[in-house]
Design a protein around this ligand. Structure first.
Ligand SMILES: [Zn+2]
Length: 391
């Protein structure tokens, strides 16, 4: 099965310059092609024999008319502008079919900077990785942020997000066998726990991780107290760096274990599309997921669910998963963070806040009934037995 990977790169400064060059070439070709198509469309207003150039036509013209004018084209892979023109033409096709709007000119420095590379063929792919680095045409060996299975691909897309660079490619892997009749699961990224599943399964926040986070803070303070340039400061800095690495490894390990468990044992994994919510309550969380960001959790789930032939569903981020009673589905109440138990005055169900949320996430579907929030006060017993201290 073809599996898509997207992972972060660690390019050096020279490589970043080359990446930016490639982005520039792709953007230039796209914008040039767009103006050619627009001209053809304008000419057709008066003469309906004018043909809208195909992607191949555009590329031929680019090679003949544009490249000689801009020698920097030759410093980049020829696949990048070619693919940009193909994408432009697909965008116009979608526009002609009224599926999407007219493609717009790309601005320099826009968030969607990316380019395409190609080497070899499908049968004999030329973009190899050795597990730690990937070899890109015209650019050379670029370090990977995390190890990958050793594979080869015949094409890839490099993209930028802020000042971070990512590579996306597809490669052939053998799928592991999975059990039939796996249930669906809803997952609540916990406050007290790392994660709570609708099945009742919980993943505890690692105490080792918490302990080390405290130690980290202590070391940070120590570094700032030492005199700049002193050998004591150097010692403290190197200790701090080592601990940072250790903490990040524990965190990664925990998230890898959690995402592998979810993808392997469930036919469908539902999580909240938390980008907004996570940031709103982030400072109250102390878990590994909160620290490394939902992005990593989601990214791992994306490829692992593919690998284990299950499905990842993102629940609408405005779905009030913690406020609705998961048993009767008819009652909704305010749930301040300190309230740890959900008590339903409608059906009498009493259960852990996070488990209730996970069950709601599991129940979610497009068009689910969401009750109006009741103004009934949150039960005092519920807040009294709330766990006061968050790690
Ligand atoms: Zn209820």
């Amino acid at each position: 099965m073809l599996l898509s990977f997207k992972t972060e790169l660690k390019p050096n400064n020279q490589q970043v310059t080359k990446f930016r060059q490639h982005c520039g070439v792709a953007r230039h070709a796209f914008n040039w092609g767009n103006s050619v198509v627009l001209e053809a469309l304008a000419a057709r207003e008066t003469d309906n024999t004018v043909k809208i150039p195909s992607a191949i036509d555009l590329h031929k013209r680019l090679v003949a008319e544009v490249k000689p004018l801009y020698p920097w084209y030759y410093e980049s892979s020829k696949a990048s502008p070619q693919q940009a023109l193909a994408e432009l033409r697909t965008a116009w096709d979608r526009c002609f079919k009224k599926v999407s709007k007219q493609p717009r000119f790309k601005k320099k420095g826009a968030s969607g900077d990316s380019f395409y590379l190609e080497q070899g063929t499908k049968a004999k792919p030329g973009i190899n990785n050795d597990g730690k680095r990937v070899k890109l045409p015209k650019i050379g060996w670029v370090r990977l942020h995390e190890p990958l299975p050793i594979t080869a691909s015949h094409n890839c897309v490099i993209s930028r997000k802020a000042d971070r660079w990512f590579i996306a490619f597809k490669c052939e892997i053998e799928l592991p066998e999975v059990l039939p009749d796996r249930p669906a699961v809803g997952v609540d990224i916990g406050i007290k726990q790392l994660a709570v599943c609708s099945s009742g399964q919980t993943f505890a926040n690692l105490s080792a991780y918490r302990r080390m986070s405290r130690k980290l803070k202590r070391l940070q303070r120590r570094v700032s107290k030492r005199v700049k340039g002193s050998s004591n400061r150097k010692k403290a800095v190197s200790r701090l760096a080592k601990l940072h690495l250790k903490v990040s490894n524990i965190r990664k390990d925990a998230i890898h274990k959690l995402t592998a468990y979810l993808a392997k044992n469930h036919s469908e994994v539902k999580i909240e599309d938390l980008n907004v919510k996570a940031f709103l309550k982030n400072h109250k969380l102390a878990g590994a997921i909160a620290d490394c960001g939902m992005y990593e959790f989601k990214r791992q789930l994306e490829y692992k669910t593919q690998k284990f032939s299950s499905k990842l569903t993102l629940v609408d981020r405005f779905f009030p998963s913690s406020q609705i009673c998961s048993t009767c589905g008819k009652h909704r109440q305010k749930m301040p963070l300190k309230v740890r138990v959900f008590e339903c005055p409608n059906c009498g169900q009493v259960q852990d806040r996070d488990l209730n949320a996970a069950k709601n996430i599991e129940r979610w579907f497009e068009g689910i009934f969401i009750p109006e929030r009741s103004e009934l006060a949150v039960s005092s017993t519920a807040s009294a037995c709330g766990v006061g201290k968050l790690g």
